[in-house]
Design a protein around this ligand. Structure first.
Ligand SMILES: C[S@@+](CC[C@H](N)C(=O)[O-])C[C@H]1O[C@@H](n2cnc3c(N)ncnc32)[C@H](O)[C@@H]1O
Length: 175
């Protein structure tokens, strides 16, 4: 069966469970998460995780910033269930069921809005409005950190194609 790229599979339990099983194996994920966490202030008060899934990134935030009040937002019933289990005894984590294709629900402001491997699914048009909504949710010094995989350059681009660019960067660095 072929699936249209426009269909968001995350509401399927099978798709969500398959992801949770292989989440560990995403290449360079740990480095990406570590880099994201470097940008989240250690004294952060409130954190929102968009497309939080099983709560992996939120758990990392909580382990290093235990006093942070966190909100995990997702729309997949399977992910939400897994999240509820993970944070069953942690009253500092609030779980919000919401499809971020639609305007974000009213919430108090956050010092950090974070997300990993989730926002790429929405159209560029929706990304623009979503980023505006995120901006409005941030406290004055708040940060938005989004971890995503970026596709590699097309095959026809070889290292040789970058030589000219590299020379101009080196020249610029010298000037
Ligand atoms: C690849 S998983 C990543 C989960 C988690 N952030 C992680 O790093 O393991 C993508 C997550 O985004 C959620 N998601 C995708 N589209 C969404 C939408 N429109 N609204 C809310 N959540 C969405 C999915 O349900 C899923 O939990």
């Amino acid at each position: 069966m072929t699936t249209s790229p426009d269909v968001n599979l995350w509401t399927s339990a099978e798709h969500a469970l398959d992801y949770l099983r292989r989440a560990e194996s995403i290449p360079h994920r740990v480095e990406g998460e570590a880099t994201l966490l470097e940008f989240v202030p250690i004294e952060v008060n409130r954190v929102l995780d968009l497309g939080t899934g099983g709560g992996r990134l939120l758990a990392l935030v909580k382990s290093s910033r235990p006093r942070a009040q966190c909100v995990g937002l997702d729309f997949s019933p399977t992910m939400l269930e897994s999240l509820r289990k993970l944070f069953a005894t942690d009253r500092s984590v609030t779980i919000v069921s919401h499809d971020f294709e639609n305007e974000l629900p009213p919430m108090e402001q956050f010092d950090a809005v974070i997300s990993s491997f989730a926002i790429h699914r929405v159209s560029h048009k929706r990304k623009r409005t979503l980023y505006q909504e995120i901006f409005e949710l941030l406290t004055p010094n708040g940060v938005f950190c989004n971890l995503e995989h970026v596709p590699p350059p097309p095959r026809r681009v070889s290292s040789g194609d970058f030589r000219g660019e590299r020379r101009s960067i080196e020249q610029a660095a010298r000037s």
